[in-house]
Design a protein. Structure first.
Length: 528
């Protein structure tokens, strides 16, 4: 994408932004780059965090994660399975074209295309029908308790722009495909993405024609992915960046003592876990031939109880993790401390389980791991290699950038992998349906690349999709989380804690979904 020249703060100030303080630039850094600019391609938190500044849904979260109107001004339940959305009038895309019902229908058809991984956000929607240019009816396959939260990430694209630029199909990222939408942006949001140089920077300028009123003074955003921990911290200390949202755990205490900085603490609704290929008849990248050891629960349990999660918390995460027993973190509906009990370390029992399963001398397999996405991701995987060696399991670690790692995962080219899963809806169904339910061509299991399949789990997930009785639905969620835990369908490691560091003059709202928002941020270079 060709970089556009950005308006300077002085020019913006002279233009007289009504009700907004002097224009300022927010220089934000973290370790991970985005994967694409196509809003329907990759369900990846950093990508979503950037693109949500430009592409909007019919609903959005406020500062308290309550659902509020965005591109829709009102919704009415005509029946439990038909919801009428009245669309906001006078909204324009960045290219000046009007937003209408046709764009909603087009985006619905596009986001469902199987080469993308965003279909979970339209789960439960059977069809969308146009009533008039600014009214649409969502026809649901059943009552859908999460509808208004799901569609926050159902980002609306311009039908005319997509057709003009031959980008009506979602980018096939796993096939290393590029299209016009993966390199260019045309949204309705509070910022226009004006440039992306992969692994170097993303630039955004405030959209003066946004339908909502800007309440902040950030008119320009420069996002810089910096993989190296020391370099990232040095950039903050030298004043080259204003805010870091990926803090190296070993530097947090030191940064707290710096009088020029402040730390904003908060948890993150993200769980770090290991997924295992439980589908292939023969495990890839293993010395076991003719069968797949991960199909045996005893093997999965042995790997889990060999892991010292408290040691990872103490030595690698420096206290900034919560050892996990279940696949959702505190703050997610369905989480309970009562069931979130991590597996206890038991090396001797792990060896015994492996022997019972037919592997008294252990076996070999490969672990794929990103090295620039989650807090200490490669270091965590190195810990696992050591823990598993104690029970005779030899692990070949392949650590690489998220961009290439996730392509291998989506092509089923792994035997085991580490992933982090944030819960955009703040409800456990999102995790269970995406990661654990049997994979189909739709939203079910759309990130289940270990291809886990359990009929009891599937029945629970399918029931919670349409259950409107809160108590019954929460019981279904609890049962599904316990089943996932007890059958070791995935191996949860920990839930991330996520402090952010910034200059004293930066004020922002910590976001538990790990998506900093410029519209909730202001910059005061001279003060607090």
């Amino acid at each position: 994408m060709k970089l556009n020249s950005l308006l300077t703060a002085a020019v913006l100030a002279s233009a007289g932004l009504a009700g907004v303080a002097q224009a300022e630039t927010l220089r934000w850094a973290a370790q991970n780059d985005i994967l694409t600019l196509d809003p329907h391609s990759q369900n990846h938190a950093t990508t979503n965090a950037i693109l949500m500044h430009s592409y909007e849904g019919l609903t959005r979260y406020n500062e308290k994660f309550e659902v509020e109107p965005a591109l829709a001004t009102k919704w009415t339940y005509i029946s439990p399975t038909q919801v009428r959305f009245e669309l906001r009038k006078g909204v324009k895309f960045a290219d000046g074209s009007p937003f209408t019902a046709d764009d909603v229908l087009f985006s619905f058809g596009r986001i469902k295309q199987p080469q993308g991984t965003m279909g979970i956000y339209v789960a439960g929607i059977a069809d969308i029908k146009k009533v008039d240019d600014h009214t649409v009816d969502f026809m649901l396959s059943g009552p859908t308790p999460l509808l208004l939260r799901n569609i926050i990430d159902f980002r609306i694209m311009s039908k005319a722009w997509s057709e003009k630029n031959k980008t009506t199909n979602v980018q096939d990222y796993k096939a290393k495909e590029d299209n016009y939408a993966s390199r260019n942006v045309n949204g309705t949001g509070s910022y226009k993405i004006t440039g992306w140089t992969p692994d170097q920077r993303i630039t955004m300028a405030q959209n003066k024609d946004w339908w909502d009123k800007a309440k902040n003074n950030v008119t320009e955003v420069i996002y810089t992915p910096i993989k190296s921990d020391p370099t990232r911290v040095a950039a903050l200390l030298s004043g080259d960046v204003d805010m870091l949202t990926d803090l190296p755990t070993q530097d947090v205490a030191r940064l707290r003592q710096d009088p020029k900085l402040k730390i904003v603490d908060g948890h993150e609704v993200r769980t770090i876990f290991i997924a295992l290929d439980q589908f292939s008849p023969e495990l890839k990248y293993s010395d076991v031939k003719g069968k797949n050891p991960f199909k045996d629960k005893r093997v999965r349990e042995a790997l889990s109880i060999a892991i010292d999660r408290e040691a990872i918390k103490r030595n690698t995460m420096r206290g900034l993790s919560i050892p996990a027993g279940i696949m959702v973190a505190p703050g997610v509906n369905g989480h309970s401390a009562e069931i979130d009990v991590p597996a206890k370390v038991d090396v001797e029992r792990a060896k015994k389980l492996l022997a019972e399963a037919g592997y008294p001398n252990g076996f070999e397999f490969q672990l794929n791991c990103p090295n620039n996405r989650y807090v200490n991701d490669e270091e965590i995987c190195q810990n696992l290699v050591g823990f598993w060696a104690r029970i005779g399991v030899k692990t070949k670690l392949v650590a690489e950038s998220m961009a290439t790692f996730i392509q291998k995962v989506q092509n089923f080219d792994t035997s085991a992998y580490l992933l982090g899963w944030g819960v955009a809806t703040f409800d456990a169904q999102y995790t269970l349906q995406s990661l654990i339910r049997t994979r189909t061509t739709g939203a079910d299991g759309n990130f289940n690349f270990g291809r886990v399949s359990d009929p009891k789990l599937d029945a629970l997930v399918d029931a919670m999709k349409t259950e409107t009785d809160v108590a019954k639905r929460n019981a279904q969620i609890r049962d599904a989380l316990v089943l996932t835990r007890d059958e070791v369908l995935n191996i949860p490691l920990h839930h991330q804690l996520r402090p952010w560091a910034m200059k004293k003059g930066v004020n922002t709202t910590h976001r538990a979904d790990d998506r900093p928002e410029a519209r909730f941020t202001s910059v005061n270079p001279g003060g607090n």
